[in-house]
Design a protein around this ligand. Structure first.
Ligand code: ADA
Length: 556
């Protein structure tokens, strides 16, 4: 897929992005589909979301995608960057993989003869058992389709499956490198590691059927990555006939004395939440749109973005690495009820999703925080073990970054002891109370967190905002006007930047408007079927609040 660097030089990789054959099968059960009898009567863009296109707008059901490709004999790996929400993959009619949950990379493998291969993917965007991570009443529209890029890799008998690069010491310019591999036959193999074109290591290693190689290496020439000066390095690993390149930055993230530090310097996070949604493309993010979003983040003066509420497009993360924008990367979740959290199938699906999220994103220096389960029952006794389990998995996979979750009600939360960073979503002046009370409410949250014994943990207001119908104004500045939203955010940021020093992070809800299904009661109702708390409308046109936020952020 389009990245800002080539991930392979030796391994043959073909992009399968383009126009695929398509059939919408509606209510059909995937188990009833006879693959060679499918009638493909339409076409669809890959990547793309079929239910964002005019012909299938808002449709839920099963869809079939088909393409074909000429291949050389050998082991083939189909790499999917994201399919919404469930899929089953066929290679020349043979079922080779199922996957549930969008927004993360997974792959399907097979041995194949040379010639033409037909790939069929059944894609289901319905809610139900097959898709335990999705719910109909998320406050965003869960689009369906092969929403991110697809590649075909031809594999060597030696395969590098993952590469993790961690900074051990910024001043000592030392990194830890972990290489996970699989081989067809164990035995000796050549390993070389280069960084920024300079040879770091060349040796022969004895490979088991599957294993991990770890090395601590020095890169004396490498410059430090920081938000102000985001220097990047590229590591190339070659093992047997395979290779893998990853980009990284030398930097350390810690939490100390109630602050997040990057390379020892306390940072104040000033930014926004961001959904990957567009009225015409759904969750698919054309490159031009990603560049647009990063430009607007910079123009606003943001140094921080929260990926709400699922893992972000890898290319967006590349652009954040380059721009020095700090990222909160979060696994999928939105107000799941207690019954979800106590369902073992749900917990297993969350764990698999977290594994995939970390595997795909762990080398981005911009990611400084891992998050889980937005606004879920961290207030309940039943929820607590699930929070402990998922946060524990994150720590196990990556001990170099702090972990957090956004609490729906900080005053009633039971899991703050499990995180490194306490994060609170709050909507004073919108769902509760008047604008003049906003500073008071922010101070009360901070005092409560401290009283619970967490004064040493950084505190972030991970969401705050108000709805504004684009273009709507009146003399009163009433609810849903652009001026109401703008005044509210002006009060919030004014207080956070000048009225207190306990809260050191802000994620405004939200960068851009987006389509939603949330329609429960009066205030939750979304005019135009859109969550319109954006500083931009859904086509990225600024509202009044954009300028108000920009004024504050830029002076910092
Ligand atoms: C919540 C939630 C967001 C969005 C927001 C709102 O706090 O985390 O996803 O739904 O409220 O607009 O009400």
């Amino acid at each position: 897929m389009a990245r800002r660097f080539a991930t392979h030089e030796r391994r043959p990789v073909a992009s399968l992005d383009g126009i695929w054959d398509f059939a919408f099968l509606g209510e059909t059960d995937p188990d009833d589909v006879v693959i060679d009898q499918l009638a493909f009567d339409d076409v669809m863009a890959v990547p793309g979301c079929f239910d964002a296109t005019p012909a299938y707008a808002g449709r839920r059901g099963l869809a079939a995608y088909r393409t074909s490709v000429r291949i050389e004999a050998g082991r083939q790996r189909l790499v999917f960057e994201g399919v919404q929400h469930w899929c089953r993959v066929y290679w020349n009619g043979e079922r080779i993989r199922e996957h549930a949950g969008g927004f993360t990379r997974f792959w399907a493998e097979t041995e194949a003869e040379a010639g033409e291969a037909e790939i069929v993917v059944l894609v289901d965007n319905r809610f139900g058992e097959r898709s335990p991570l999705h719910m109909e009443h998320f406050d965003w529209y869960a689009y369906g389709g092969i929403s991110r890029s697809v590649e075909l890799h031809r594999l060597d008998p030696v395969r590098i499956d993952a590469l993790k690069i961690d900074t051990v010491s910024v001043t000592g310019r030392r990194i830890d490198v972990r290489i996970d591999y699989t081989v067809d036959e164990s035995g000796p193999s050549a390993l070389t590691i280069d960084c920024d074109g300079r040879a770091l290591l060349a040796e022969t290693v004895d490979l088991e059927a599957t294993g991990t190689i770890t090395k601590t290496l020095e890169i004396p020439w490498a410059a430090t990555w920081s938000p102000e000066d985001p220097n990047l390095s590229t590591l190339t690993v070659r093992l047997g006939g395979d290779d893998l390149r990853e980009r990284f930055g030398l930097r350390e993230v810690r939490t100390e004395n109630g602050r997040i530090t990057v390379n020892g310097e306390p940072v104040t996070l000033l930014g926004v939440n961001r959904h990957e949604a567009h009225p015409q493309f759904g969750h698919t993010q054309p490159e031009a749109l990603l560049v647009n979003d990063v430009q607007q983040l910079r123009d606003l003066g943001c140094n921080f973005v929260r990926g709400s509420h699922y893992p972000l497009d890898p290319l967006f993360l590349d652009l954040c690495d380059e721009a020095g924008i700090l990222v909160w990367c979060e696994s999928i979740g939105w107000q799941y009820p207690v019954e979800h959290l106590t369902d073992p199938a749900f917990v297993e699906a969350q764990l698999a999703h977290i594994d995939e999220m970390v595997a795909a994103s762990q080398n981005h220096p911009s990611i400084i925080l891992w998050g889980i389960l937005n606004e879920c029952p961290s207030w309940s006794e039943e929820g607590r073990p699930v929070y402990a389990k998922l946060l524990g998995r994150l720590r196990e996979l990556d001990s170099t970054r702090p972990v957090t979750y956004a609490a729906i009600n900080a005053h009633d939360d039971k899991c703050f002891d499990l995180v490194d960073v306490v994060s609170a979503n709050t909507y004073p002046g919108w769902y509760f109370g008047d604008i003049p009370d906003i500073p008071g409410e922010l101070d009360r949250i901070a005092a409560h967190v401290d009283a619970l014994g967490h004064a040493d943990k950084p505190l972030i207001i991970s969401e705050i905002g108000a709805g504004a119908v684009p273009g709507h104004v009146d003399q009163l500045g009433s609810l849903w006007t652009e001026s109401y939203q703008s005044d509210l955010l002006d009060t919030v940021i004014g207080h956070l930047l000048d009225g207190q020093d306990r809260i050191s992070g802000l994620g405004i809800w939200v960068l851009g408007d987006f389509r939603t299904t949330e329609q429960r009661d009066f205030l939750l109702r979304r005019p135009r079927g859109v969550n319109d708390k954006g500083l931009l409308d859904e086509y990225r046109r600024p509202k009044q609040a954009y300028r108000a936020v920009q004024r504050h952020f830029r002076r910092k």
